[in-house]
Design a protein around this ligand. Structure first.
Ligand SMILES: [Zn+2]
Length: 177
């Protein structure tokens, strides 16, 4: 399999899958991940109805992800968008092969996204819009969790973690919690 290159093994190993979730660099989110198409299809068969009733949309097909070297499931039924996703993955794959330290690149992207949100949080707090500030904080915490999944020991996590929890305390204090 052309896509199963050593770097992606590296990602799988460093990204600490919890259960069978991995941080997928192609879709940039945590994805269920299966070793074989059959396992992914079995998952669809037995879990889709329940997921549908819980979330209002269910995964409908499985596909092979070249970056994870594994099978994911998706609720997107369109084969056309599937093939455009494939070509996107090819491009990403190329990029990752030729770019060293890609996990680090992605970590930096997330870190800078958190930094931007942090500025927005500060503005929201200045305007005393605490619910907006809390929402932005929650989004940033999600990004931080993704970073922890990718590399729990990275120094890139420390600063945003400190800054986010400081703001969380501030908001709690203002709200008297
Ligand atoms: Zn993937």
């Amino acid at each position: 399999m052309a896509g199963c290159f050593s770097a992606s093994r590296f990602f799988l190993n460093t990204m600490r899958p919890s259960k069978n979730r991995v941080y997928c660099l192609a879709s940039r989110k945590l994805k269920l991940s299966f070793e074989t198409k059959q396992k992914a299809d079995n998952f669809l068969k037995f879990n889709a109805p329940e997921i549908l009733s819980e979330k209002g949309k269910a995964p409908v097909r499985s596909y092979y992800c070249q970056l994870c070297c594994a099978w994911h499931v998706t609720s997107n039924s369109s084969e056309k968008s599937a093939s455009s996703l494939d070509s996107r993955d090819e491009k990403l794959l190329d990029y990752f092969i030729h770019e060293s330290g890609t996990a680090k690149t992605e970590m930096k992207r997330l870190a800078s996204q958190i930094r931007e949100r942090m500025r927005a949080i500060d503005v929201a707090m200045e305007m005393n819009d605490l619910s907006l500030a809390r929402n932005l904080l929650r989004l940033s915490m999600n990004d931080l969790n993704l970073m922890k999944h990718m590399n729990p020991h990275s120094f890139l996590i420390l600063r945003p973690q400190r800054q986010l929890s400081r703001r969380l305390k501030e908001i709690d204090m203002i709200e008297g919690k």
